[in-house]
Design a protein around this ligand. Structure first.
Ligand code: AR6
Length: 171
């Protein structure tokens, strides 16, 4: 079973084999974690994303999917970009959020990564409630069949960290 750890901080500083980016389907950057990763990682990451757009994802990376690039100047080995769903009150998109975690771990396996750091996907600009996002994240990682040994959730603030702690205890 995967070991799950929680830390509070900035995911761009993580020394994991791979860190996961809460991207959008354009793969060309944005705000939140995405903006921070591109800023700190430098232009090599964007260049790799542009290559992926040209070679495979002309219409964009679909929601729930994941793809890896170089980590540029970051301490991590790779960046895995995944596209979370936008929160909707009308439609249950939980399966897409779960898919982000599952697909990211599948890509991590392909890379041979043993440690993977995740942000709380979709819980910022995409508006997903933190408690539900934490529950889905932890349940999905616990159920995943993967060679990854440690999944580290890197939570930006104390409130998010506390919500994940509760979810980890209850899941
Ligand atoms: N390290 C760790 N967590 C962070 C960091 C950081 N440096 N910065 C923000 N968070 P978000 P989303 C937290 O908005 O909701 C972008 O424009 C944040 O507090 O980054 O999936 C993309 O291009 C929140 O809990 O991602 C997309 O268009 C969590 O990370 C869109 O935002 C996710 O917040 C994706 O929205």
């Amino acid at each position: 079973m995967v070991r799950i750890t929680l830390v509070q901080g900035d995911i761009t500083a993580e020394k994991a084999d791979a860190i996961v980016n809460a991207a959008n389907s354009s793969l060309l950057g944005g705000g939140g974690v995405d903006g921070a990763i591109h800023r700190r990682g430098g232009p090599e990451i964007l260049a790799a994303c542009e290559d992926l757009r040209r070679s495979h994802y002309g219409k964009g990376l679909p929601t729930g999917r994941a793809v890896a690039t170089t980590a540029g100047r970051l301490a991590a080995g790779h960046v895995i970009h995944t596209v979370g769903p936008v929160w909707s009150r009308e439609e249950d998109r939980s399966h897409l959020l779960a898919s982000c975690y599952r697909e990211s771990l599948r890509v991590a396996d392909e890379l041979g990564a043993r440690t993977v750091a995740f942000p709380a996907i979709s819980t910022g600009i995409y508006g997903w409630p933190m408690d539900d996002g934490a529950r889905i994240a932890i349940e999905t990682v616990r159920a995943a069949r993967t060679s990854v040994e440690e999944v580290r959730f890197v939570l930006f603030d104390a409130a998010a960290h506390a919500v994940f702690e509760t979810a980890l205890g209850q899941a």
